[in-house]
Design a protein around this ligand. Sequence first.
Ligand SMILES: [Zn+2]
Length: 155
Amino acid sequence: MSIVDGDRSFHAYLCQALDRLSPSDRAYFFKAAIQAILRVDSNSGVVQGVAADGRDIRVIRLTRRTAFFSVTWLAGVLVHEACHVIEPRQSLPVGSGGERKDMASLSRARIAEENQCLARQLEALESMAAPATELTHLRGQDGSHALTSPALQDW
Ligand SMILES: [Zn+2]
């Protein structure tokens, strides 16, 4: 895994976040085999797929707000993004002929995946005894966030 950012504090913060995770949550994160973590200006989230040359792409992008809100928040986000890699559902609903995806079922799958990853993130935050404000914020999410523009997904 490589960390791409000019800022040394980002690297230190990531190390602290990984240290805060329980051993099982840390193992879960590493199971996702993330190749890089980037500090970006917009579009937080995980990018995954297969590149034109056949290599796997598994990269977590983090905006400043996501990266530096708190160590526990960052740790929870790492587990959340790992969940998207380990337990994807978005590719499941394909039309019967395989020719066209049913957009409604694709949206349902995206929300279901998002809710699953929110639940996994909440478990990680609870096991770290994260601040109540973070737990409350997370419990208030309904997964519809997954359907918004990536540019709005900064937290
Ligand atoms: Zn998500």
